[in-house]
Design a protein around this ligand. Structure first.
Ligand code: HEC
Length: 164
């Protein structure tokens, strides 16, 4: 093998190495992208799966008229600022009834949704704390006209474990 041929061979080999490296990188990136867009596995249904996997049938209230009503009440009145399951402009609403009962009093949710200002004026400590919930200081004075029954229906949709 003369020098010219050796050079040629080295050239060929290094091109092959670059080519193989590119293929391996390509494969790794493809696998990563596939993983990133993979749908979550909805094996063991728990209360969160309704939102993670988009299967409302996992909500025990699914199929009840209350669920349907709650869904449209939520979409019409709250969905612009709230997700049921993750924070947006306002906090995730799942568990909000329970948080209200634990941090304020039973029935707090109705007062808060219909007349938050009165709770602020009464210096209800949990309501005051919520005023600082948004890191940019965004607040919203809830002043809904929903009845207690409608609010219950709304949470039957939003919160798979409501009523507790
Ligand atoms: C314009 C935006 C907006 C709309 C519409 C809105 N909210 Fe809110 N919500 C907020 C913000 C912001 C907060 C944070 C506290 C605050 O500002 O009062 C909040 C807080 C809450 C909380 C307290 C959450 C907790 O963790 O205890 C509840 C409950 C709530 N909203 C329910 C509702 C319901 C039910 C509706 C629909 C009837 C609704 N909100 C409509 C913006 C909104």
């Amino acid at each position: 093998m003369n020098e010219k041929e050796t050079h040629k061979l080295i050239g060929k080999l290094s091109r092959a190495v670059v080519f193989l490296t590119l293929i391996v990188f390509g494969l790794i990136i493809t696998i990563l992208v596939l993983f990133a867009f993979q749908k979550p596995v909805c094996g063991v249904p728990d209360e969160e799966d309704q939102w993670i996997c988009g299967t409302p049938s996992l909500n025990p209230n699914y199929g009840e008229p209350a669920f349907e009503k709650g869904e449209s009440l939520f979409n019409q009145n709250c969905a612009s600022c709230h997700f049921p399951h993750k924070d947006m402009t306002g906090p995730a609403l799942k568990g909000a009834v329970q948080r209200g009962e634990e941090n304020a009093y039973v029935g707090w949710i109705y007062d808060f949704i219909r007349n938050e200002d009165s709770l602020v004026q009464a210096k209800d400590s949990y309501t005051l704390k919520l005023q600082n919930w948004h890191e940019d200081g965004v607040t919203w004075s809830h002043r809904s006209t929903l009845t207690n029954e409608e609010i219950d229906d709304l949470f039957r949709y939003v919160d798979p474990v409501f009523p507790y």
